[in-house]
Design a protein around this ligand. Structure first.
Ligand code: NAD
Length: 436
């Protein structure tokens, strides 16, 4: 059993704290947002993440996890202090380290004995060094700083945390390596790997992984766009290339661009880090450019189809940047909505989890429906921006009755083109035959 403090209770911090409690540790989660802490204390999980609710409540009942706004009390309690703080994009695209460094600045004077400070936030190479220096300015005890980048995916966060492909521990401090190895031992079974390396390599591992995945998605999006021009079918090409074990089947699904809180900001931050070091990352600069265009590709398709969008009414299925999350950061849906509204169209949206977040961000420039069928009432077409499971096998007869015309623009390729022909829909998807 270890005593742990997790600073920041967002998607990463809350999952980290809960999963460490689940493996028998005692965890205090700290957040600066007192409303959030009040909710957590009342047993309310403020984010949607599958399976989190159940293990959260189990560990609250067992008194293994608690919540506070009191950083000093948490630092006093814990041997290991995780930083799961935001690193949003700054104005120039680089990672804004102000949250991480502000907390590091407070830690030094609060520490009364040896502590391991673990950075779980995604940060540029060299940040551990900066955190170390910041803490050292006020510290009178020994401490170690570890880079432990997080690879969990929203929507699968609990499963990913409990069964990670790998755990990266970046430190050269032998005491910290021992403590971190013991802590992660329950998650690192025979099949899994705990990889110990230096801090800088650990920091870069996270950015390199995200940039590579963003590149894979974008490559496939370009292949899909080309398929549409030459009459090839991206589903067949995907199967054909994915069967090559050097390529693999994962992350080859074309769509309307990557979004979320990580890929766009991390790829931008890597480009920026490259610039700072005098290196120009040409591949990932292009990835960002192509992705910007792909995000409005569904809008372009709608525009090309109707020409004039004034007075048209569109139903939108999906607002979250991907299924199984309520996260809308950099979601393609928001870019599509923006273009449709600018072009004079009306938008009615439905999402199983993300509607309140969107309402908070863009308010009433669109309307919302709490039912995936009612949203279709009187609409000229349905647009699909997120591949939620509930959309995959719908009542097509009901949809036909509600839509003015059976027209679907699908940005996530959730239906088969053959099925849509049989059902008599006009079906426009990404990189596949256009069904008229
Ligand atoms: P988030 O915005 O959901 O949560 C951050 C939390 O930190 C918020 O609750 C905020 O109130 C709190 N906070 C801010 N300043 C604080 C302070 N001084 N003291 C205490 N709490 C404070 O962020 P997130 O999505 O959990 O991401 C955290 C980090 O993890 C980022 O660097 C991100 O890039 C990285 N990451 C995120 C994911 C993901 O899928 N979300 C995956 C891997 C890595």
């Amino acid at each position: 059993m270890k005593k742990i403090a997790v600073i920041g209770t967002g998607y990463v911090g809350l999952v980290t704290g809960t999963c460490f409690a689940e493996t028998g540790n005692e965890v205090i989660c700290v957040d600066i947002d007192s409303d959030k802490v009040d909710l957590l204390k009342k047993g309310v999980v403020p984010i949607y993440e599958p399976h989190l609710d159940a293990i959260f409540h189990r560990n609250i009942k067992s008194n293994r996890i608690s919540f506070t706004t009191d950083l000093e009390m948490a630092v006093d309690f814990a041997e290991i202090i995780f930083l799961a703080l935001p690193t949003p994009p700054g104005e120039d695209g680089s990672a804004d380290l102000s949250y991480v460094l502000a907390v590091a600045d407070q830690l030094g004077s609060m520490m009364k004995e040896f502590k391991v400070i673990v950075d779980k936030s995604t940060v540029p190479v060299g940040t551990s060094e900066r955190v170390k220096n910041k803490i050292a300015e006020k510290a009178s005890v020994q401490f170690a700083v570890v880079s432990n980048p997080e690879f969990l995916r929203e929507g699968f966060a609990v499963d990913d945390f409990l069964n990670p492909d790998r755990v990266v521990i970046g430190t050269e401090n032998s005491r910290a390596i021992q403590i971190m190895t013991e802590l992660y031992q329950p998650f690192v079974t025979d099949d899994h790997r705990l990889i110990v390396m230096d801090e800088k390599s650990a920091e870069l591992t996270k950015y390199a992984a995200n940039a590579f995945l963003a590149t894979k998605i974008t490559f496939m999006n370009e292949v899909a766009n080309f398929c549409e021009l030459v009459g090839a079918d991206v589903d067949k090409v995907r199967l054909g290339i994915g069967s090559d074990s050097r390529i693999g089947h994962k992350f080859l699904y074309p769509g309307i661009g990557f979004g979320g809180s990580c890929f766009p900001k991390d790829v931008n931050a890597l480009v920026r880090s490259g610039n700072d070091a005098g290196y120009s990352f040409e591949v990932i600069k292009s990835v960002l450019k192509v992705n910007d265009k792909q995000k409005v590709r569904l809008y372009e398709k709608v525009k090309n189809h109707y020409n004039d969008l004034k007075g048209k009414r569109f139903a939108l299925w999906g607002l979250a940047f991907k299924p199984d999350t309520d996260d809308i950061r950099e979601a393609s849906s928001l870019y599509i909505i923006d273009e449709l509204v600018k072009a004079g169209a009306e938008v009615v949206a439905f999402d199983p989890e993300a509607m309140s977040n969107v309402k908070r961000q863009i308010g009433d420039i669109i309307t919302y429906s709490d039912n995936q069928y009612d949203v279709l009432d009187g609409c000229d077409a349905l647009l699909i921006a997120t591949e939620w499971s509930v959309f995959r096998n719908p009542d097509f007869d009901k949809m036909k009755l509600k839509l003015k015309k059976p027209v679907i623009f699908d940005g996530r390729n959730i239906f088969s083109t053959e099925q849509m022909v049989d059902l008599g829909f006009y079906y426009n998807s990404i990189g596949r035959d256009l069904i008229k």
